[in-house]
Ligand binder design. Structure first.
Ligand SMILES: [Zn+2]
Ligand SMILES: [Zn+2]
Length: 182
């Protein structure tokens, strides 16, 4: 898998963008005099900046036969990207239900807009207090259920990989390579 992959229409989506959240992002940017438009094309190639981080939200399982009551995640993988002409977008990765493995699209909270705006401000050179984001995860990050991990875009997955004693390799070699940890 490479970071350049795109989603095929015939497959179930494994991530999506949330253009409806743009107003919330805008409001935070406007406070610093910044004005961005949402780049509707989910395009990895033409962006001038890209950053993988995580946000918070909750998921429900839409499999009627599944008994899962849904779950919350403190570590939903997100890739924030900036394009020429003050445009941006963000790809939010789905997670799988641990009970039945069905893909689920998250319902996001305010952390989406906060983090996207924070990153865009940084890229624009706005001086910022270090963020206070991110609740602590209750359990270990389950890479098998995280589409961000599978796409090679999960900051939490990478953080954990560094904690686990894997043989050290160059960062560049690691990226986009599927590695089995077992
Ligand atoms: Zn389920
Ligand atoms: Zn992950």
């Amino acid at each position: 898998m490479t970071p350049r992959q795109t989603q095929r229409k015939t497959q179930r989506p494994k991530w999506s963008m949330f253009p409806l959240m743009h107003d919330n992002v805008s409001r935070l940017l406007n406070a610093n005099g910044l004005h961005f438009t949402f780049h509707n094309l989910d395009d990895d190639v033409s962006c001038i900046q890209t950053y993988d981080t995580s946000i918070m939200g909750r998921f429900s399982c839409h499999n009627q036969r599944c008994r899962s009551g849904g779950w919350t995640s403190m570590k939903i993988a997100i890739t924030i990207r900036m394009y020429e002409g003050k445009q941006y977008n963000a790809r939010v990765y789905y997670q799988r239900c641990k009970a039945c493995n069905l893909l689920s699209k998250p319902i996001l909270d305010d952390s989406y807009a906060e983090r996207v705006a924070y990153r865009l401000k940084k890229w624009c050179g706005v001086e910022l207090e270090p963020p206070e984001f991110s609740g602590q995860s209750k359990g270990p990050h389950e890479k098998d259920f995280c589409e961000g991990c599978k796409a090679g875009h999960c900051s939490e997955g990478r953080r954990i990989d560094k904690l686990v004693n894997v043989p050290r390799r160059e960062e560049g070699v690691f990226q986009g390579v599927e590695v089995s940890w077992e």
